[in-house]
Design a protein around this ligand. Sequence first.
Ligand code: MET
Ligand SMILES: [Zn+2]
Ligand SMILES: [Zn+2]
Length: 432
Amino acid sequence: MLPDKDGVGGGGGQGTMGEDSSVTLFREYLRLRTVHPEPDYDAALRFLDGIAEELGLPIKKIEVCPGRVVSVMTWEGTNPSLKTILLNSHTDVVPVYQEHWKYDAFAAVKDSEGNIFARGTQDMKSVTIQYIEAVRRLKAEGKKLMRTIHLMFVPDEEVGGHKGMETFVKLPEFQELNIGFALDEGLANPGEAFTVFYGERNPWWITVRCPGNPGHGSRFVENTAAEKLRDDRVNPATRGSHDDFKVHVCDFCSRVCHRLNTSECFTLGDVTTVNMTMVKGGVAYNVIPAEMDVSFDLRIPPTVNLQEFEEQIKQWCKEAGEGITYDFAQKHMNQNMTSTDESDPWWNAFSTTCKAMNMTLEKEIFPAATDSRFIRAVGLPAIGFSPMNRTPILLHDHNEFLNEQVFLKGIQVYERLVVALANVPAMTFGEI
Ligand code: MET
Ligand SMILES: [Zn+2]
Ligand SMILES: [Zn+2]
C-alpha cells in the first residue's frame, strides 16, 4: 500500500484490493442492518463475538431486557484492581429515507475520494471499529496496559436507551466493571479541530393533550381541542382570547434563536431548543375531535433550572385553555458534567495526549443526547468524542459519510488515548 499524504495507512494490514483491513472491517459492520424500528441485533452480536475470538478477548453478554443484550469485551490490565476505562458505543442506527441517498445506505460504498457512505458511518459504527482496531494494534505490538479496558456495545441508544444503557447502569454487572472513566460518542467537526463533549443537554419529550368539545364538523363549536393548538383561531367566540401553547413555544424559540445568533460564545449546546415533532388526533373529516395531542422535543442545557422550566410549561398549558395536560415520554433530570480541568487526572491524560498529536480540542455541551448521560448520572466521568475532523456533521442525515483517511487517523488517536488513560497512575483516594 502506498502511504497517503498524512502518512496514515499502516498498521491495519491490507484487505481486499489494497484496502486497509480496518476499513474493510468497518464497511462490513456498516452492512449489518441494525436499523430501527427492527434492528438486527443478532447480526451485531455475532459480528462482535467473531472479533472477540480473533483478538483473544473474553466477551460477556448481559440481557438487560428481553431481546436487548449488552456485550462487554475486556482486555485485562496488569493491575486489575484499579478503576477501569470504558470505551462505549451503541450498535443501533436511525432509519433512512433511501430515496434521498446517492447509494444504498447499507452498502457502504466507497467513492473515488475514499468517502464511505452508509448509515452509521458517523453515528457511531466508526467509533466502534476504531476502538476495536486500536486495541487490536496495541495487542499485536505486545503492549501491556495497567488498567483494564472494557469495550461495551449497547443496543437501543437511538430510541432513548430505556432498554439499553439506562437499565444497564443500574445492574450489578455494571458495578462489577469498576469503571473509573468513560469515552462515548461525539460529533464530527467540519474544521481542523476536534470537538469534545463534557456534558449534554437534557432531553424532554413532552406530549401536550388538549381536550375539547366535540360536535358536528359543520358547526361553530366553542372550546375545541384543535383551537388550543392553533394560533389562527377559526372560532370567533374564542379568537384572540388567550395564547395557545404553540404561540408560547414559538415566542420562546425566537428569543433563543436571537440569543444564539447574537452571541459569539454560544453553541447549540448552550441554549434550549423546542421543536414540535408530532400532531395527533381526529377520527373523521366531519367530527370535531374530543382530543388533539401535540408532541415536542425539548433539549435543555445543564445550566438551566429544570424546576423553573417545568413551571413555565405548566403556565403555558394553563394559558392555552381549559383542561390541557402534558406527560413525558423522556424526562432526563441529571445535570452532571465531567471535569475538563487540567488538574483532573483523566482529562489531563486525554488532553495532553491530544496536544501531543497536535490536535486542537473544542470543548462543548453535546446538543443532542447520548448514553453518556446515564454514565454521568451514576457519578462517573464521561467524555463524548468521535475523532472526525474535516467532516461535515451528517449524523441522522441523508448521505451520511466518513472519509477512510479520517477514519484511519482516528484509530491512531485511540491507540494513543487508550494507552494514556490505561496508564493514569493509581489515585490516592479510592484506589490505593
Ligand atoms: C433523547 S434519546 C437519544 C436519542 C438520540 N441520540 C437523540 O439525541 O435524539
Ligand atoms: Zn449515536
Ligand atoms: Zn444518533
